[in-house]
Design a binder for this molecule. Structure first.
Ligand code: MG
Length: 161
């Protein structure tokens, strides 16, 4: 088995046309995150964790932010790329543990929807998805709600198990 961790941060921006995407789910009523892609901080941390577990670099290498073809890219594409790399190495997702970091928005109302979506995207059971949220107790940029962070850990198992 292989273990990987991923970490990502994005800044909030005011752009009414841009939705906040977290774990592939649109969260209404919040500022969006700035990024070259759709800035889904959760899927980026998760994809980096999977690539890390495979020893396959990071998502910035695979999806450079100076490549205009990746502008506003749906981060499901990035996650699919990472899971495909795992499959090529004979590995599948065992379980994931994810922590969103920030003051707002509150994720509790969307938690179940995000977990359902992650289970669907990763083709695992619901109890293989850990999803938590924490604040920084108002410390620092995240504490001033200038953006969101996400930490993800993933365990990969042999495909044959
Ligand atoms: Mg990112």
């Amino acid at each position: 088995m292989r273990i990987g961790q991923g970490l990502d941060f994005h800044i909030f921006i005011e752009d009414e046309r841009r939705p906040l995407m977290i774990g592939g789910v649109e969260i209404p009523g919040s500022l969006a995150l700035k990024g070259h892609s759709d800035a889904d901080v959760l899927l980026h941390a998760l994809a980096d964790a999977i690539l890390g577990a495979c020893g396959q670099g990071d998502i910035g290498q695979a999806f450079p932010d100076n490549d205009q073809s990746y502008k506003d890219l749906d981060s499901n594409v990035i996650l699919s790329y990472a899971t495909r790399k795992a499959e090529e190495k004979g590995l599948k997702i065992g379980n994931i543990d994810v922590t969103l970091i920030g003051e707002k928005p509150k994720f509790a109302p969307y938690r179940e929807t995000i977990v359902d979506n992650l289970a669907r995207l990763l083709k695992v059971n619901l109890d293989c998805i850990g999803l938590k949220a924490t604040t920084t107790e108002k410390m620092g940029a995240l504490g001033r709600a200038e953006g969101l962070g996400c930490s993800a850990i993933v365990l990969l198992l042999p495909l044959t198990e």
